[in-house]
Design a protein around this ligand. Structure first.
Ligand code: RB5
Length: 149
């Protein structure tokens, strides 16, 4: 199950990403805005982030104008590693190396084709573990206020 959420600036891009999820045979829960009237991106980012942190959804996608606001907000939720990506290579690395569990996209900075390709890459990739697992663990300890040096 994939969690998706967006503010008013990303209603159209959300529809495109939902179409991609359909093409990929993935189920989703839509936690986002459905109208283009002004809305607050932290609310939608938090819904997606909490669904992923709780395990209700395996991965999440959050979209706002730049992707910046939703990525900052999602990363406030413990257990969430949200990566703002503007191209597929970063999306691949975000999964393989950082074990990112939420992808942030910018609806005003990315064309639909690039957003789709970036999201597909993120959804198809998996965490490589190994040396990367130690670093992801260090980030989890940082989140708890522990010393990692
Ligand atoms: C909304 O105008 C805009 O600020 C929001 O979508 C996002 O880009 C924030 O980071």
């Amino acid at each position: 199950m994939i969690a998706i959420g967006n503010d008013h600036s990303a209603v159209e891009m959300k529809r495109e990403i939902i179409a991609l999820l359909g093409d990929m045979g993935l189920e989703y829960t839509d936690y986002g805005a459905t109208e283009e009237t002004s809305s607050d991106y932290p609310v939608f980012a938090a819904r997606v982030a909490r669904a992923v942190a709780k395990g209700t959804c395996e991965l999440g996608i959050v979209i706002c104008g730049t992707g910046i606001g939703v990525s900052i907000a999602a990363n406030k939720v413990q257990g969430v590693r949200c990566a703002l990506c503007a191209e597929p290579f970063s999306a691949l690395m975000a999964r393989q190396h950082n074990n990112a569990n939420v992808l942030a996209l910018g609806a005003r900075t990315l064309g639909m084709g690039l957003a789709r390709m970036t999201a597909r890459t993120f959804l198809e990739a998996s965490f490589e573990g190994g040396r990367h697992a130690r670093r992801v663990e260090q980030m989890a300890r940082l989140e708890k206020g522990e010393n990692i040096e």
